[in-house]
Design a protein around this ligand. Structure first.
Ligand code: NAD
Length: 350
């Protein structure tokens, strides 16, 4: 079985690719009760993820699907449910779902009786390569994303690429945007796979999927281990995100999926790099060709340029009052940069 560990300051998370779907909810202690008589495990699904796995012997809760349920209401309902079943600090919470289920369940685990174990079973490509790794948990609050949250790494992340066969195409593309981002940041072999194995990736060939997921996770692992609390270099994982967040906010978080907005944002980051004389034309062309090949929209948006600029100026990731862009001069060469309003407008218009 393929596996590796992510070392965080006080703890390690183990990432595993188990051989059989049946092991998704396995615990070392096989019985249904922990030593103190509380349930050994409680599972959280959403309405689309329960049917992906064999039935569980443990109690489970099914959340409605979607980002709009990643909120305090769902969190409190889960806490009430766990308490009513006598869950204790020895109970392991097991999240089975996309980033929403993983984020909310890990947040609950971090707070329930001041924190207990959590296992994540990510079921979207985005959650496998991104949301389930690195210990960030959270819920949205009063219309703002991830306002309440904690750092609480999972004991284990169990990855079953075969469950991706049922993922809607737009969600698949959304996760693929993050895989492409990881390839651009640090992995030329992953980049080659994306360039050369498109038809296998499109038809979700299980072997190729496992390979791109594994490689993509190793890129995120590297950043997490360099900067566990996201103080500096881990921010490079936000390549494309300053543009993407602005686009999502002006389009009301509906028209563009997050991953598609990120892909568009990476394209714009290449343009800004060109405007600033930082990015080589050859690299920018190579990145655009790859994004284009996977069908992402990359178009300039002259009509919305001013609106996007003002949305970026409200971005919460500012430092010393300045918007910071993550740009690349070439493959694997990433840095924070500031840019004048004129340069940003130019990168949005051309
Ligand atoms: N904690 C982190 O570091 C981190 C990083 C990135 C994103 N996130 C969070 O992740 C969330 C987005 O995650 P997501 O894109 O996985 O969205 P999601 O969890 O909403 O899942 C997308 C949709 O796919 C469905 N689904 C899940 N697995 C399926 C499968 N195998 N087959 C069919 N349908 C399936 C879900 O029910 C849902 O409707 C956001 O809330 C974001 O903030 C967190």
């Amino acid at each position: 079985m393929k596996s590796f560990s992510i070392r965080l300051e006080h703890k390690s998370s183990r990432v595993l690719f188990p051989d059989t779907l049946h092991s998704y909810d396995t615990l070392n202690n096989g019985s249904g009760l922990a030593r103190n008589g509380s349930p050994s495990a409680l599972l959280v699904f959403d309405e689309n993820t329960q049917s992906l796995f064999p039935p569980t012997q443990y109690p489970y809760y099914v959340l409605p699907a979607g980002e709009q349920f990643k909120n305090s209401d769902s969190l409190l309902k889960l806490a009430e449910w766990a308490l009513s079943l006598g869950a204790s600090r020895e109970t392991t919470f097991i999240a089975v779902g996309g980033g929403v289920v993983c984020d909310i369940t890990a947040f609950l685990a971090s707070m329930y009786m001041r924190g207990g174990p959590v296992i994540l079973v990510p079921t979207t490509l985005l959650a496998m390569v991104d949301a389930a790794l690195g210990g960030k948990t959270g819920i949205d609050f009063q219309g703002y994303k991830n306002i309440l949250g904690s750092f609480h790494p999972a004991e284990e992340i169990r990855v079953f690429p075969e469950v991706l066969q049922s993922l809607p195409e737009s969600e698949y593309l959304s996760g693929l945007g993050e895989v492409i981002k990881h390839a651009l940041l640090r992995d030329s072999e992953l980049l080659e796979l994306l360039q050369n194995r498109k038809s296998d990736i499109d038809r979700r060939d299980p072997k190729v999927l496992e390979e791109i997921i594994f490689k993509s996770q190793l890129v995120k692992q590297w950043y997490i281990e360099q900067d566990p609390y996201d103080q500096d270099i881990r921010g490079h994982l936000n390549l494309g995100h300053t543009f993407a967040h602005a686009l999502e906010s002006i389009s009301g978080f509906s028209e563009w999926s997050h991953g598609q907005a990120v892909a568009w944002g990476i394209g714009r980051a290449m343009h800004l790099g060109l405007v600033l004389g930082l990015t080589s034309q050859e690299y920018a062309d190579q990145v655009s060709a790859l994004l284009h090949m996977y069908g992402y929209r990359l178009n300039p948006v002259p009509q919305d340029a001013e609106l996007l600029l003002s949305a970026m100026q409200k971005d919460k990731k500012k430092k010393d009052g300045q918007v910071r862009f993550i740009l690349q001069s070439g493959h694997g060469c990433t840095s924070y940069q500031t840019a004048s309003s004129e340069a940003v407008l130019q990168s949005l218009r051309t």
